[in-house]
Design a binder for this molecule. Structure first.
Ligand code: ARG
Length: 599
């Protein structure tokens, strides 16, 4: 109901100026306008929206809030456009103004959405919008992608989808850990145990690469000669020695292939631009910081001391940008990345907003580098840099997710398991219902449901809290789960198959029951929810919305006759079914979840 609430806001602003010209003038002189403080009501019996401004104005006017509200309401009722839009306003409690949109306007909105592929969600002007960088997934080369990276991948993808749908140009960036001292030991190990790999890349795959990493680390810790060679290898790599570069590329390529398998299964598209991309920009970071007077040398290391952030000893914490041995680190690379991302093209992305999706454990890192970037004036006026943190993935015992034998869970095993369980649930249900289906159908449904369940379980939680991973819970047909939503969608597809597509060009939609009106109002909230997620980057709000929509739909479906109703009611109700299914489909797509016609 964004456009309805926007026009309501305008009417309220007009009424405020008329009712309190002095205050309006004073606000205008200060370059402000009076915000009517319009919010959706908490309960349907209060109408659709409530304006809370009377309470605030009453304080500065030193009068009773209800009489302030009364004055505003009187002005509203002199406004013909307002009268066409709303029922007569009601003053409630201490002075809230409750507003109910006339049903005829709701019907008009429903009608226009039936014809609109965007379902009423406005689009920004792409040509005039600067790119938004979403930095997500970002696993580390030669290490396995773990559940934390899975969360980042799923949440980041959904945020990117929502921003893209709103019309923003989005850069989906995979900031993979493809540089650093660990490559010294990896290359040394590669040259020593698999010199052939330098000419035939196919011989190692990531499963092996993880063991490979472990073995390299063991040797590094135990063999002084290995350690020395590894250190030399780092220097060689940094200098661009061809054989070392070749070995490094091999390691990256092998990892990339494994990562890609996961992305393909999850239907996630992302562009790799790893840490190594910023190598040639690192020096400039130090120079810039030096020129802006932020750089301090502390025990040989170049660093910037953070304002207002102290460590345990009560002293200000530093962000180290160059170690005493001259080496750069994770923070330096991230600083170079911020600088690059905000820089205008062609020497940068020219972005207006940077979004980083990582576990909450990196919050201090991001607070630090954001502060440094702002003080170095790399963040343009009006631009935003945001860390989107998420909690840990825990097992059902509340501890870190592990396999029975105590090892870290591999992502491909986790996805396989979800699909396997979805399949056995499906086979059991088919059996109970006496249905037989082709194997192809069974495979397709189980894969879709399994992947959807994993994604939805992750997205539907408020991301900030830790989340308990439970196959049973995420695959349940009841509750706030992917199968519940997918099932609601299937149900509607069934009705539309039986009842035929409604005539959406008719002028005679009529909704009678309270169940229909609840559904109408919920359907019209989609635009608000999407723009809210765009702002606050909490995809769980979209999940809650879709879950509530499915519940309201199921109530309507169970309590109101659809196919057995008279013609006009039947057509109106089928139209609601159609809009509900379009809304579910779009909403799920924005979460990265595909729907099924039958399941
Ligand atoms: N590679 C890092 C990790 O695995 C995540 C990188 C996140 N992005 C960034 N720009 N720092 O923890």
């Amino acid at each position: 109901m964004l456009n309805l609430s926007n026009s309501l806001k305008k009417h309220l602003e007009k009424a405020l100026i008329k009712a309190f010209p002095e205050i309006a003038k004073a606000a205008q002189m200060a370059g402000l306008s009076i915000d009517p403080e319009l919010v959706p009501t908490s309960r349907p019996e209060f109408g659709d929206f409530q304006a809370n401004i009377a309470l605030k104005l009453a304080k500065s006017l030193k009068t009773a809030p209800r009489s302030v509200a009364q004055a505003i309401v009187e002005e509203l009722q002199n406004d013909d456009d307002f009268i066409r839009l709303c029922e007569p306003p009601e003053i409630a409690g201490p002075g809230f103004i409750n507003l109910t949109i006339k049903t005829i306007n709701l019907v008009e909105e429903i009608k226009s959405r039936l014809h609109d592929p965007r379902l009423g969600v406005p689009s920004v002007n792409k040509a005039k919008s600067a790119p938004i960088v979403v930095d997500f997934s970002s696993p580390n080369i030669a290490k396995e992608m773990h559940v934390g990276h899975l969360r980042s991948t799923i949440i980041g993808d959904s945020i990117a989808r929502i921003l893209e749908f709103r019309g923003h140009p989005v850069l989906r960036i995979n900031h993979v850990g493809d540089w650093g001292t660990q490559f010294g030991m990896l290359i040394t190990q590669l040259k020593s145990v698999a010199p052939k790999a330098l000419t035939t890349p196919e011989v190692i795959d990531l499963g092996d690469l993880v063991t490979f990493y472990r073995q390299a680390k063991e040797r590094f810790d135990q063999e002084p000669a290995f350690q020395a060679t590894s250190r030399e290898e780092v220097v060689k790599l940094q200098r661009g020695d061809p054989l070392s570069i070749k070995a490094w590329e091999l390691l990256c390529e092998q990892s990339r292939k494994e990562f890609q398998k996961i992305y393909s299964r999850l239907d996630v598209h992302i562009t790799e631009r790893g840490e190594s991309f910023y190598n040639s920009y690192l020096e400039q970071v130090v120079i810039d910081l030096e020129n802006s007077g932020l750089l301090v040398i502390d025990e040989g290391a170049k660093c910037v001391f953070l304002e207002g952030i102290t460590g345990k000893n009560g002293r200000l914490l530093p962000v180290i940008v160059q170690k005493s041995d001259g080496g750069f680190n994770y923070a330096t690379t991230d600083l170079a990345a911020i600088r690059y991302r905000f820089n205008a093209a062609p020497k940068g992305d020219g972005a207006c907003r940077l979004i980083y999706v990582t576990d909450a454990g990196q919050a201090n890192h991001f607070t630090g580098i954001f502060q440094v970037a702002k003080r170095a004036k790399w963040v343009p006026h009006n631009a935003r840099v945001e860390h989107v943190p998420f909690g840990l993935v825990q097992g059902e015992d509340g501890k870190k997710l592990k396999t029975r034998s105590g090892e870290t869970v591999r992502l491909r095993d986790l996805l396989d398991e979800a699909i396997k369980r979805a399949e056995s649930d499906l086979r059991r249900r088919l059996n109970e219902e006496g249905r037989t289906e082709e194997e192809r159908f069974i495979k397709n449904v189980s894969t879709t449901v399994g992947i959807a369940a994993v994604k939805y379980a992750d997205l539907s939680q408020n991301r900030v809290t830790n989340y308990q991973f439970s196959f049973d819970r995420m695959l349940a047909l009841q509750g706030n789960t992917a199968p519940y939503l997918l099932y609601a969608f299937v149900r509607i597809a069934g009705i539309v198959r039986k009842g035929g597509t409604p005539d959406i060009h008719t002028d005679t939609f009529s909704f009678e029951t309270s169940q229909e009106w609840s559904l109408v109002r919920q359907l019209l909230k989609l635009d608000e929810v999407i723009t809210e997620v765009e702002e606050e980057l909490l995809p769980n709000r979209l999940c809650t919305y879709l879950f509530e929509l499915s519940q309201i739909f199921n109530r309507f479906y169970d309590q109101v006759p659809i196919l057995k109703a008279n013609n006009q009611a039947k057509n109106s109700r089928l139209a609601l079914c159609l809009l509900t299914s379009n809304t579910l489909k779009l909403g799920l797509r924005l979460l990265g979840i595909s729907t099924l016609e039958r399941m």
